[in-house]
Design a protein around this ligand. Structure first.
Ligand code: ADP
Ligand code: MG
Length: 628
């Protein structure tokens, strides 16, 4: 057997880096500004602990375009490198000085905010540059160094006359990347990736108007000065302690993140944990209402204040994707596939932590100010209902604050609802019947009948509610849900005194026959009921089970593949104690009978919102005829 090392020569690695290391060429700037930030934060740390006896000052990182010479400069006032360090950190590809630094200062530097750790970031410069120069002067008392490399493995390293501490990276932008010499492009990249980085970043200057001194003559023009244009906020809200932030601070930060968003957020959740993983952030519940459109302002993922992505799939639980805000965690592996990400232990813990924080927050909002919580319910319910369906850990907790509003504006928790229904609303098996409506307008007549009888009717109008009901029934054996139009109310809720039919069995038989002959069989099942004489003579109902399954298959899941294509089946409930039943039986001719049935069916359809198009037109025409 022979063993050995596969020899990867650098000649082969460069084109690979250029092509495949990062799919997005634009991230070179993020990497170089991150390195400049690291260099600055390292120096800060060394001066703090007394290892560097230099003045830290107020360091700024500068990004400068030299369009004429096709160069882009990134200049920092950080700790710099000696020639020896350039050899070590730059020439050895994939040797991360950031990791070495953190290892060396393990205990003191863990909160220093240092970003790098792969030791590849610097080389991303070659994705856009044909030649890269480093001019660097260490904080140590050693001469500056000048490194140049044109993307081939050969480099030059020589002394340089630079005397101020820090590093200047000069990119000679390649001809296929000239866009990176445009002001707007660099400005766009800086605000995308570096908007909240911890060291001030200067890009160009801007003019500022000075206030006119008091008592100055009328014709004195206000003076203007050129000031550094600092593009970032080095201390974003999520890096602060919740106790140091007011409601207004949270709202201001929301506006800072989403300047184009005009609605105020409903509330926020401050994330802050450092064990067993490190994570900070602020999540906002936006005003959602009923429209869950594709949203462009998504949750953003940062690592040590560097923007990484706004695709937080797998990191933030799916049901919270509709929220907005920031999550910052150095513990999320990057540049890995999504499936790897989901299998990562830390990532799973992070997702669980977020779920827990969100449910804790909701619980406290509910207990602290229930009225306010009820007022916000309509805007948050979609997220919560979706969470209950998709996240078992959330479902467990959600019982404490999930609300079930009634059509007349009361709000029950599930426990309160059970209490309110006790005895008054049961079916023939003794289960509590939760009556609900999905649309107050469309089901108005049915709601009316139920509330008239003193029953509670919930208003459950989100699109996924059929799934939720299914789950609630499965988990609460003594509960059954029925939409108000699922059947005649006296059948949904079993009452002691059932009505006695005025009609004989023979008469009923005849009536049923006549009606069945006049209505389309494929849509309606005729069902005779003895109800009190004031109830509607004809009424259309749709059995709960069929309708719910159809809805579930239409909104995904439910396993009822293809149910959406089934025709709608309705029951036509005919009140045998109504005067109309008598009139139909006793009418002199078949024509009159079928005319009566047609009219009654249309009225029943009208009240169920089923009378449309041509049928509606001819119904209205007939109605006007009778007025003549
Ligand atoms: P990482 O940042 O992951 O360590 P990089 O490839 O980005 O890897 O950088 C390699 C090393 O080069 C850094 O760790 C650091 O030691 C050194 N370096 C890069 N840029 C600078 C800079 N602006 N100032 C000082 N040192 C730097
Ligand atoms: Mg780096």
């Amino acid at each position: 057997m022979t063993t050995g090392k596969i020899n990867v020569s650098v000649e082969n690695i460069f084109p690979l880096i250029k092509k495949f290391l990062y799919s997005d060429h634009e991230i070179f700037l993020r990497e170089l500004v991150s390195n400049a930030t690291d260099a600055t934060l390292k120096l800060k740390h060394l001066t703090n602990i007394g290892d560097a006896k230099v003045e830290y000052g107020n360091p700024v990182i500068e990004v400068k375009i030299d369009k004429e010479n096709k160069k882009l400069h990134i200049i920092d006032q950080g700790l710099g490198m000696t020639a020896e360090e350039v050899e070590k950190y730059i020439n050895q590809v994939a040797f991360s000085g950031a990791e070495e630094f953190l290892e060396k200062y393990k205990d003191s530097a863990k909160d220093s905010g240092i970003i790098g750790h792969f030791g590849l970031g610097f080389y991303s410069a070659f994705m856009v540059a044909s030649k890269v120069e480093i001019i660097t002067k260490s904080y140590k008392d050693e001469p500056a160094a000048h490194w140049t490399c044109d993307g081939s493995p050969e480099f030059t390293l020589e002394p340089h006359s630079k005397t101020e501490r820090g590093t200047e990276i000069i990119l000679h932008i390649a001809d296929d990347s000239l866009e990176f010499l445009e002001n707007f492009k660099i400005s766009e990249l800086l605000s995308k990736y570096n908007k909240f980085m911890p060291v001030p970043i200067k890009f160009g200057t801007r003019t500022e108007t000075l206030p006119v001194p008091e008592g100055a003559a009328e014709d004195v023009k206000p003076e203007t000065v050129e000031v550094d244009n600092i593009i970032n906020n080095p201390n974003p809200a999520w890096t602060k302690q919740p106790s140091d932030l007011s409601d207004e601070d949270y709202k201001n930060f929301y506006r800072e993140m989403y300047p184009m968003q005009f609605d105020e957020p409903l509330f926020n959740i401050h994330l802050n944990v450092d064990y067993p993983f490190n994570l900070t952030g602020i999540l906002y519940f936006p005003k959602l209402g009923d429209n869950i459109q594709i949203q462009k302002d998504k949750i953003q993922l940062y690592q040590n204040q560097v923007f990484v992505t706004d695709n937080v799939e797998g990191i933030v639980p799916e049901f919270l994707m509709m929220l907005k805000g920031v999550v910052d965690s150095p513990d999320i592996p990057l540049n890995v596939s999504r499936s790897y990400l989901q299998a990562d232990g830390n990532v799973k813990k992070i997702s669980n932590y977020i779920t827990k924080k969100v449910s804790d927050k909701l619980k406290s909002l509910f207990t602290e100010n229930r009225e306010d919580f009820e007022a916000k319910w309509n805007d948050i319910k979609i997220v919560l209902e979706y969470g209950m369906l998709s996240e078992p850990k959330f479902y467990e907790k959600a019982g404490a604050f999930t609300l079930y509003p009634t059509t007349d504006g009361k709000y029950f928790t599930l426990e309160e609802l059970k209490e309110a229904l006790q005895a008054a609303q049961t079916d023939k098996n003794g289960k509590l019947v939760v009556l609900y409506a999905s649309n107050k307008e469309a089901q108005h007549s049915y709601i009316d009948i139920a509330t008239e009888k003193g029953y509670q009717v919930l208003l459950l109008d989100s699109p996924i509610v059929s799934h939720l009901i299914q789950k609630l029934e499965a988990d609460n054996e003594n509960l059954t849900f029925a939409r108000v139009d699922a059947d005649h109310i006296d059948k949904l809720i079993q009452k002691e005194d059932t009505q006695i039919s005025k009609l004989s069995d023979e008469q009923k038989e005849t009536l049923k026959g006549i009606i069945e002959n006049s209505v389309p069989k494929e849509n309606y099942t005729v069902q005779l009921e003895a109800m009190d004489s004031t109830s509607a003579p004809f009424m259309i109902t749709q059995p709960e089970f069929m309708r719910r399954m159809k809805e579930m298959s239409a909104t995904g899941g439910g396993g009822m593949f293809g149910m959406g294509n089934f025709p709608d089946m309705f029951n036509l409930v005919v009140n045998t104690n109504s005067d109309l039943a008598d009139t139909i039986l006793n009418a002199e001719s078949e024509d009159v009978k079928s005319g009566l049935i047609k009219q009654a069916l249309d009225l029943a359809k009208l009240s169920q919102g089923l009378l449309k198009g041509e049928e509606l037109t001819s119904f209205v025409k007939r109605g006007f005829e009778t007025l003549k």
